[in-house]
Design a protein around this ligand. Sequence first.
Ligand SMILES: Cc1cc2nc3c(=O)[nH]c(=O)nc-3n(C[C@H](O)[C@H](O)[C@H](O)COP(=O)(O)O)c2cc1C
Ligand SMILES: Nc1ncnc2c1ncn2[C@@H]1O[C@H](COP(=O)(O)OP(=O)(O)O)[C@@H](O)[C@H]1O
Length: 298
Amino acid sequence: MKVINFKDGQFDTAKTILVLGYFDGLHKGHQALFDKARELAKAKNATVSVLTFPENPSIVFDKFHENLLKHLTSYDKRLALFEANGVDFLYLTEFTSHFAKLTSHDFVRDYVKKLQVEAIVVGFDYNFGSDHGDISKLSGYDTYQIAQVSDESGKISSTRIRKALLDGDVSLASQLLGYDYEVAGLVVHGEARGRTIGYPTANIETKNYQYMPAIGVYVVDIEVADTRYRGMASIGYNDTFGGENKTLEVNIFDFHDEIYGEMATVYFLKFIRGMVKFDGVEALIDQMADDERVARDY
Ligand SMILES: Cc1cc2nc3c(=O)[nH]c(=O)nc-3n(C[C@H](O)[C@H](O)[C@H](O)COP(=O)(O)O)c2cc1C
Ligand SMILES: Nc1ncnc2c1ncn2[C@@H]1O[C@H](COP(=O)(O)OP(=O)(O)O)[C@@H](O)[C@H]1O
């Protein structure tokens, strides 16, 4: 997959199926668009391109709040997901006030017509231009609008996945995404207390603006230096010790190495329980032994 800044003007000249949207998380609903795009590309002997935005378009419309900067994936994971979904060319353009003001006619002229488009694929709720024009009429291309993908509880959406994470329901989030929810970060020093209680924990400091699951204890897998291990994670303030910073920490099973400064990816598999402020360290250790049984059995 080739990543191209649209403003650099280095457009590929092969016939292509163009997919349009923001696609935070590339969840099962988004994946349906790429399934269609791949099918069309095969039939028409074309490539698959996506035109998307690095940041959330809502930044242009909504009063700022921190969550507007957050994503369901890291940037690297996002690229990997586009590639896994069959995208050959990823065109990035910033979503700005100016971009939002383009009419559908402007958008076709300045963006769509720059590529050798064979057909366009969009989601059921896609909006074209500030005038909400009809892109198939304007552009003359076949346009496929893909119906929403639903499960028993309704439409699969990035909003539902964010809510599942904020509720600690990482199993639901992963089910809707079609892959395990993951957060990547750097292993940093904590209070060096973990080793003294028999449960060393790798403290993961995330550099990416990603949604963190709710405070609690989770079954996780963790990938360090290309190897994936089972572990148990805690997200919270280490209430038992009066901790003031919210941390993500992972006790890695059957692992004995120093990994400060390494990048690690944590895959959230299942919520175990909420955080507890214990009266003493012994009670915490007993509880962690129980957590370990749950995580190893998962
Ligand atoms: C699986 C797991 C469960 C935990 N549960 C709790 C808890 O219920 N209450 C709490 O105060 N700390 C909990 N912790 C956090 C520990 O307090 C923390 O890992 C320990 O203090 C070590 O901190 P350090 O890495 O800064 O040395 C948990 C940690 C893990 C890995
Ligand atoms: N099984 C393990 N799980 C997590 N970290 C481990 C493990 N074994 C060794 N380590 C190392 O020990 C560190 C954690 O020890 P800990 O006493 O909790 O210190 P800190 O507070 O600095 O995290 C990790 O960052 C890692 O380098």
